[in-house]
Design a protein around this ligand. Structure first.
Ligand SMILES: [Zn+2]
Ligand SMILES: [Zn+2]
Length: 292
């Protein structure tokens, strides 16, 4: 068993636990966005596919790992302009990684559309928002680990607010990033976070090959470059944009400070549009879904 502290474990037993509202017909979820199966077909194997904002689908040998899925039409101060994937495109999802409780990262109505047996790994602070849904919820703290199908998940600290409407940012474990160690590569998802020493800790401890960084509103170009440098990742994927317009600051259809971001990070930067994917082992080969 792997697990350095707190609970550790594997998903074998967890598969027997059900998502109560699982596989509820997405069309019945009136609060969710318009489904587009052409833009979001079933994700490519052994790849990372960008699904807008903070949501990526990571396929590891057919096992689906999804970061912060929020398919709602509206969330706090934001309105969705991007369609959403059909449930058939995440029928193979086994793990959902929640970084924190903000409404653009944690959506009960979205999680209700995930398959039975999906395990949700989340900060302890977020677990209170995931009760009564029949979810297999695994609250975790920095350093906690979980394994599933040969993939190891490690919770790492983020410097961000942990509560749903909080404004006090701290690296206190109430918001998390995630390290995903697959047999072929290690992927780091930052979650929302300021730049802080945790990036260097991730670099030293886990040597990620690919860093997925939440840029808009958080790691703007200089801090994204610092984070990229600190993690040592050879590939940097900027996310936290491309799905929701913000009622106050607007925009969000491109990474902010995009040109500076490209200049500072250089060839390591791989910017994906919604629906595009990169192979985990060849992350500079960007692929676009084939049109019908
Ligand atoms: Zn946040
Ligand atoms: Zn966010």
């Amino acid at each position: 068993m792997i697990g350095r502290r707190g609970w550790g474990g594997s998903c074998a037993g967890a598969r027997t636990v059900l998502l109560a509202a699982a596989m509820a017909a997405c069309t019945g979820c009136s609060g969710l966005g318009h489904v587009d199966g052409t833009l979001f077909p079933a994700p490519a194997r052994d790849s990372i596919t960008f699904w807008g904002h903070a949501c990526c689908y990571i396929d590891v040998a057919g096992v689906g790992i999804v970061t912060d899925p929020v398919f709602d039409k509206d969330v706090f101060l934001r309105h969705r302009f991007l369609p959403v994937p059909p449930p058939s495109s995440y029928a193979q999802a086994r793990i959902v990684l929640i970084s924190h409780a903000h409404s653009d990262h944690l959506s009960r109505s979205t999680l209700a559309t995930f398959p039975r047996g999906t395990v949700v790994l989340c900060p302890k602070e977020s677990a209170q928002y995931l009760t009564d849904g029949g979810l297999e919820v695994r609250p975790m703290a920095p350093g906690d680990e979980y394994t599933c199908e040969g993939v190891r998940f490690i919770a790492v600290a983020a410097h961000h607010m942990g509560s749903r409407y909080g404004v006090r940012a701290a690296a206190d474990g109430r918001a998390l990033g995630w390290v995903v160690e697959t047999p072929s590569a290690t992927v780091f998802y930052s979650g929302d976070t300021n730049y802080f020493s945790g990036f260097a800790n991730v670099g030293w401890s886990y040597h990620p090959d690919i860093a997925i960084l939440n840029v808009n509103g958080h790691l703007l170009s200089r801090d994204a470059a610092r984070a990229a440098w600190a993690t040592g990742a050879g590939t940097v994927v900027p996310i936290h944009w491309g799905a929701f317009g913000h009622w106050v600051v607007g925009g969000n259809k491109h990474p902010r400070e995009e040109e500076q971001l490209k200049r500072l990070i250089g060839d390591r930067l791989v910017e994906l549009n919604a629906g595009q994917s990169i192979p985990i082992t060849d992350p500079h080969r960007v692929r676009t879904p084939a049109l019908p």
